[in-house]
Ligand binder design. Structure first.
Ligand SMILES: C[S@@+](CC[C@H](N)C(=O)[O-])C[C@H]1O[C@@H](n2cnc3c(N)ncnc32)[C@H](O)[C@@H]1O
Length: 273
């Protein structure tokens, strides 16, 4: 007699970052425990959902920009859930043959992601640590979908916020840069507060504390100079390291200068030369 291996189920009793983020984006892949934590964090930084949406909007514009440069394969590190018009939807709208591998280290995000992508050709999600490039390159799904002899778009939307200085974010970006061929791109967005007013900075401090205590996750805030230094050995795509909303905004894109979260995230893309 053979017994089937029980399929793991998502842990719905413990809040997790990917589902909290999905909630802020207006997605459907979150549970009561996530929503409760999300609202507690939002009480600390009321515009946190707008920040998440600005980040996702930046990511979508970045993917469209890369498609226009001829990039047709993407690795999205720290992807969260592949929902709410995420990378594969934007990429396939521009090029149905584009290949997308999502990477997240949270088993729950990957489990939901596998369900979502089950019927989607040329896209996959894998469970791996974005701080370990070798885990990514050696994964069977990456080997199957991504041709490293051709340009790749490496996306790090919000990933390095979770990478502490001891884990050397600059060295990590350099490791990805050195593994891909010239003509590839690396796109990074990051939590920042250099341009925020004092009240918003105080809110950011309370929000990072709420993440640390409530979700057990430390978030790091970095400045523009630090983020710019990560693009060593690349040509920064115009307009360089800017607030996310200012990075190649869509014509007519609504920009609310009064939204405090507007000052809380930089986005940038580098061309590997
Ligand atoms: C803020 S969400 C970003 C979602 C998406 N990239 C975007 O820009 O819209 C960050 C995600 O990174 C994941 N993450 C954090 N550290 C990671 C690591 N070391 N390796 C892989 N994923 C990680 C979290 O689980 C979370 O889902």
């Amino acid at each position: 007699m053979t017994t089937a291996t029980p399929r793991p189920t998502a842990d719905v009793d413990v809040a997790n970052i990917a589902r909290i983020y999905d909630y802020y984006l207006g997605g459907l892949y979150n549970f009561a425990v996530d929503r409760e934590k999300a609202e507690r964090i939002k009480a600390m930084l009321p515009s946190v959902d707008l920040l998440a949406r600005a980040n996702r909007d930046w990511l979508r514009r970045t993917v469209r920009f890369l498609l226009a440069q001829g990039v047709d394969q993407f690795i999205d590190l720290g992807s969260g859930l592949p929902t709410v018009n995420n990378v594969h939807e934007v990429a396939h709208a521009g090029n149905p043959q584009a290949r997308v591998v999502y990477v997240d280290h949270e088993p729950s995000a990957v489990l939901h992601g596998e369900e979502i992508l089950a019927e989607v050709p040329l896209a996959a999600i894998i469970e791996a640590d974005g701080r370990e490039p070798e885990q990514i390159w050696s994964h069977p799904a990456v080997r199957e979908l991504i041709d490293l002899s051709r340009p790749v778009g490496i996306l790090m939307g919000g990933l390095l916020v979770f990478v502490e200085d001891e884990d050397d974010p600059a060295g990590l970006v350099a490791a990805y840069r050195d593994a891909v061929v010239p003509g590839s791109y690396i796109a990074i967005s990051h939590l920042s507060q250099d341009l925020a007013d004092p009240e918003t900075r105080a809110q950011v401090g309370r929000m990072t504390e709420a993440y640390r205590v409530g979700v057990g996750q430390q978030l790091y805030v970095r400045d523009r100079e630090t983020m710019t230094s990560w693009f060593k050995g690349m040509d920064l795509v115009e307009p360089g390291v800017t607030l996310m909303a200012d990075w190649r905004p869509d014509p007519g894109q609504a920009v609310d200068a009064q939204t405090p979260s507007r000052a809380l995230g930089y986005g940038a893309t580098g061309l590997v030369v």
